[in-house]
Design a protein around this ligand. Structure first.
Ligand code: ATP
Length: 140
């Protein structure tokens, strides 16, 4: 059965995740504060809307708590990423995956309610290193 995902922040990482989930026949709502990003994503996710995820009322009105998983992919603005996770947690979102820029950011995200923290640069570096050492492994 398709799952319902919301991706907040459609930068390179958020966009790639949103497209991969949508390609696998899931429902994907893309959310970004930047209108250009939303225009770019109209045809590559189920729905794309302009909203500021640090505004609790906006997130409540979207019905964010009904999504199976919400991915927070706001990188550069740590304050916005942390506040977004706080709001999602308070609104009762069960599975919150948040992108961290560094270890300290990740620790804070976990403390305020992220169920999973990802470090895209580090994770990709480790994956490539692993692949280089085991060239015959099947990647997907
Ligand atoms: P990446 O490293 O994934 O390429 P980026 O450098 O493009 O990311 P970031 O600053 O990390 O951009 O932010 C990712 C996205 O999050 C941007 O498209 C930005 O408009 C969006 N964003 C930032 N703050 C908010 C917010 N409060 N609500 C919704 N979207 C936001």
């Amino acid at each position: 059965m398709p799952k319902q995902y919301a991706v907040i922040g459609l930068g390179r990482f958020g966009s790639a995740i949103a497209q991969a989930l949508y390609s696998a026949n899931n429902e994907v709502l893309g959310i970004d504060i930047n209108e250009d990003r939303i225009d770019e994503h109209q045809d590559i996710v189920s729905h794309a809307i302009i909203a500021d995820s640090t505004e609790e009322l906006s997130m409540r009105n979207i019905g964010i708590r009904n999504f199976d998983t919400v991915i927070v992919s706001i990188g550069d603005n740590m304050q916005a990423s942390i506040l977004t996770v706080v709001i999602l947690h308070e609104l009762g979102v069960k599975h919150i995956v948040a992108k961290a820029l560094n270890k300290h950011h990740g620790i804070v995200l976990s403390k305020v309610g992220a169920t999973e923290v990802v470090y895209p640069d580090r994770d990709m570096a480790l994956r490539i290193a692993h692949k280089l050492m085991t060239p015959n492994i099947i990647d997907y």
